[in-house]
Write a protein that binds this ligand. Sequence first.
Ligand SMILES: [Zn+2]
Length: 171
Amino acid sequence: MVFAGSGFHLFFDELSKSAAVVQFTGDKITAMETDSNGRIIRITEPVRLAMEGHALRSRPAECCGLLSGRGHVVTSLHPLRNEADTPETRYFASPEDLFAAMRRIREADQTLIGIYHSHPRAPAYPSASDVGMAFYPEAVYFIISLEPRIELRAFRIEGPNIEDVSVVICP
Ligand SMILES: [Zn+2]
């Protein structure tokens, strides 16, 4: 199923319910803003705290959401409902929530910078399904783990390749 939106399309795999992709057609989204070499991403402390709160509240399920901002800094968090059949180990963002969040981001004149989800019981590293579902190589994928300790890491995922992106917390 393909929903046409203004500036982006959402592809929804009805058979497996395992893949949701936001694909942007042209507008500002090229600006998945990081530093010039793409190895550092900055987020504000309130956003980091909000992400941690979302992850803790959602336990034992994984939480997921979008991160947006201007320039090179993530300043806003957009929680999305996780509609995966097995939300303890996977995430599948509610298409309805995804549309609403993208609209809010556009209306705030921000750009989508990243996609986050939590690992309630696994380290902050992409799982095989995370890699399989990472259809958007320009995105920064944030993973917050809750066990064995709270840890936030970020990655670029392109095909089978996973690259670390340093997360810098700013005030
Ligand atoms: Zn994951």
